[in-house]
Design a binder for this molecule. Structure first.
Ligand SMILES: Nc1ncnc2c1ncn2[C@@H]1O[C@H](COP(=O)(O)OP(=O)(O)OP(=O)(O)O)[C@@H](O)[C@H]1O
Ligand SMILES: O=C(O)c1ccc[n+]([C@@H]2O[C@H](COP(=O)([O-])O)[C@@H](O)[C@H]2O)c1
Length: 222
């Protein structure tokens, strides 16, 4: 069986324990490495709080010593918005026509998929694997009501994660995480800036240490 190429793109501003829990669960269930790809210039977000290199560095610290989680800086080497269609095209050229490429996204991203750059082409290049997020369960009825064009595109592609091995691209599957993860980078940045009790709880320890030492996100350097 051809191994899956699992890709998890994000702004990671900063990476949090929810991202890591998702990456580990998908790695373990689908028996393949997960490539974490920080966006240089995330298409749907304003300016980031940490630089691209700082966000990538935090990812390095978060996965240090862990098997099967790999930081991929390819989007940092491109100019302009970090469109996923361009990244998948690069990966397809690198892995060849037969490798099953899988792009992982949180449920919130699925509802807005039709606003992504050349979004229908994503399915010519790879599969999409969606992870439930509080407030954005991957439910066909909710999708039909809130994002009918996305629903129409996904309906014939809907399959189980284990079926993604069968083809190089074109599938859509929902990953059963078990328990939804509450973390969000936006809420986390606020906690850090406010020095809220437990601000470290959603951070891998080495990332929390770097933030504390550098004053990133507004926390004063002691
Ligand atoms: N708690 C979560 N549950 C499921 N998916 C998540 C969760 N947090 C992030 N993701 C997904 O991970 C990917 C990268 O997320 P990103 O780096 O933007 O962090 P974020 O927590 O979503 O940030 P923000 O709070 O600014 O939206 C996106 O596809 C997002 O939907
Ligand atoms: O290609 C696009 O138009 C596009 C639009 C929104 C998001 N993405 C990608 O989806 C991933 C998660 O995005 P975000 O904004 O939640 O960090 C990240 O890799 C982004 O580059 C891509």
């Amino acid at each position: 069986m051809t191994p899956l190429v699992l890709c998890f793109g994000g702004t990671f501003d900063p990476v949090h324990t929810g991202h890591l829990a998702i990456a580990r669960a998908v790695r373990d269930a689908l028996h393949a490495d997960v490539h974490l790809l920080p966006s240089a210039d995330p298409p749907h977000k304003g300016p980031t709080h940490a630089s691209a290199e700082q966000r990538a560095r935090m990812l390095d610290l978060a996965v240090e010593g862990e098997h099967g989680l790999i930081v991929d800086r390819r989007e940092l080497r491109r100019a302009g918005p970090s469109y996923t269609v361009d990244t998948l095209r690069e990966l397809r050229a690198e892995y060849g026509p037969h490798a099953p490429l899988v792009w992982m996204v949180g449920g919130d991203s699925v509802f807005g998929l039709d606003s992504w750059h050349r979004w229908r082409e994503l399915f010519e290049l790879g599969h999409l694997l969606a992870i439930d997020r509080p407030g954005s369960p991957i439910d066909p009825d909710a999708l039909k009501a809130r994002a009918p064009e996305v629903h129409a595109e996904l309906e014939p592609r809907w399959c189980r994660p284990a079926q993604l091995h069968a083809l190089p691209a074109g599938g859509f599957a929902e990953f059963p995480l078990g328990e939804e993860r509450p973390e969000s980078s936006t809420a986390l940045r606020r906690r850090i800036a406010d020095q809220a009790p437990g601000w470290r709880d959603w951070l891998p320890a080495p990332v929390a240490d770097l933030i504390a030492a550098s004053g990133l996100y507004g926390r004063p350097v002691p």
